[in-house]
Design a protein around this ligand. Structure first.
Ligand code: ATP
Ligand code: MG
Length: 418
């Protein structure tokens, strides 16, 4: 029979990587807790309509990247391509806006996008995300940015650059859109296929195109920042002055866009030099009209998404060391049936006392058990045989130094939990 392999663009996490995931997950949860964010979990799939509204019909994601299928009752279902729309749906559905505001959520979630797989770009990947609902104040935007900044630095990515921009509001963006169309009209034929499409529906996204030709064409395009209305201008100044007060360094980059009508004002990305692979590790911004778009009350929001595979890949590239998992503390080697029974009781007792303990389950001979203990990296090995049981004393061998200590059986747990 042919062997079955994992679908293209997916990746297994094997035990050798697990401690790295645990490390970043724990660090993210801890920093979110410090900043007052609470965890939410939503289902892996939602009604397709949620993403059509929440991500937007004109985006690449909705147009060609979603894993959409009909369930047996004929409902259109989509595996979540991002985290913001589902948690926004949950916020509305459970009327969390009736609680004390703002609402601060964080999440760790798988995401699914049918993209062209490459290093740092998968079809099934994972995101950390945060959202603040219920405040129009730019301090919320600045706090989101500051959390991302602190987290990435805590993970050792000190070379990361923060790029910020404002995409204005629907009113001032309309003027920019016209100017942008006018600027691009003469070079329309040279735009890539996707951008020709964007030209009609959402020209701001062209600024974000990854094709070098398009990048070149928009080099001197009109900047949104020159078109901001007074309110959006003041808001952007406010974000910058908050970041200054926080000591968070940033670069103003008018190419950072979140090109949807419900995205407003602040847009940001954390980018790092990445040896040719994907260097954008985190992206976010404000969405003052998203909650309404999904059917909720007019409540503003702001947040970010951070790719976990990209984060780990970059930490690896930058040689950032992640603490190794705790080694096996004690291996119990047994000779004979009585010793085995004693070993079974002892290992249970040790584990119940919080000691990481192992024994052989393959009926290896004593030499094999020692070898196995070595392979497991056990700190101590205890041999139990008929003699030891009769005398009530065992020798505890420290593997690194080969030193042996005699310990009474009844004192073993006490000794090993010291
Ligand atoms: P990109 O411009 O790289 O395509 P994006 O703008 O589509 O990213 P967002 O939707 O803002 O990304 O998602 C937030 C983060 O999720 C990204 O900064 C990235 O770290 C990660 N991410 C996005 N798409 C993928 C993917 N296909 N594989 C792995 N990580 C991804
Ligand atoms: Mg993308």
């Amino acid at each position: 029979m042919t062997t079955i392999i994992a679908p293209k663009g997916t990746k297994d996490m094997l035990p050798a990587q697990a401690h790295k995931w645990h490390y970043v997950e724990k660090a993210f949860a801890e920093i979110c807790d410090k900043y007052g964010f609470k965890e939410v979990r939503t289902p892996l799939f939602e009604h397709t309509e949620l993403f059509r509204r929440g991500v937007g019909d004109t985006t690449d994601i909705v147009q060609k990247e979603m894993y959409t299928f009909n369930d047996y009752a004929g409902r259109s279902i989509t595996l979540k391509p991002e985290g913001t729309s589902p948690v926004t749906r949950a916020f509305i559905e459970h009327k969390q806006y009736a609680e004390v505001q703002p609402t601060k959520y964080y999440y760790i979630t798988p995401c699914f996008r049918y993209e062209k797989p490459q290093s740092g770009r998968l079809r099934a990947f994972h995101q950390f995300g945060i959202e603040i609902f219920g405040t129009p104040n730019m301090l919320a935007d600045s706090e989101c940015i500051c959390l991302g900044y602190d987290f990435l630095h805590k993970m050792g990515l000190h070379d990361v650059k923060l790029k910020i921009n404002s995409v204005g509001c629907p009113t001032c963006r309309q003027k920019h859109r016209e100017a942008l169309r006018k600027f691009l009209e003469p070079v329309y034929d040279q735009l890539c296929g996707t951008c020709k499409d964007r030209f009609e529906r959402n020209p701001m996204r062209i600024l974000d195109c990854k094709s070098e030709i398009c990048q070149d064409l928009v080099k001197d395009a009109p900047d949104m920042l020159d078109y901001l209305c007074d309110e959006c201008h003041d808001a952007f100044e406010d974000v910058k002055s908050n970041l200054d007060a926080m000591g968070v360094e940033y670069i103003v980059d008018p190419r950072i866009v979140r090109g949807l009508d419900y995205y407003t004002k602040t847009a940001f990305e954390f980018v790092i030099d990445s040896n040719g692979t994907q260097g954008t590790v985190c992206g976010g911004g404000r969405y003052d009209h998203l909650i309404e778009e999904i059917g909720g009350p007019p409540i503003p929001g702001v947040g970010f998404g951070l790719g976990i595979e990209r984060l780990l890949m970059l930490m690896d590239q930058y040689g950032i060391e992640i603490p190794e998992p705790e080694p096996v503390k004690v291996f119990i080697a047994v000779m004979g049936d009585d010793a085995k029974k004693f070993g079974i009781k002892l290992i249970r007792e040790l584990r119940n006392h919080g000691v990481k303990a192992e024994m052989d389950t393959l009926a290896r001979n004593i030499k094999g058990q020692f070898k196995y203990a070595d392979r497991l990296g056990a700190q101590y090995t205890i041999v139990i045989g008929d003699n030891e049981l009769a005398e009530g004393v065992v020798s505890v061998k420290e593997m690194a130094t080969s030193t042996q200590t005699q310990v009474k059986l009844e004192d073993l747990t006490k000794e090993l939990t010291k």
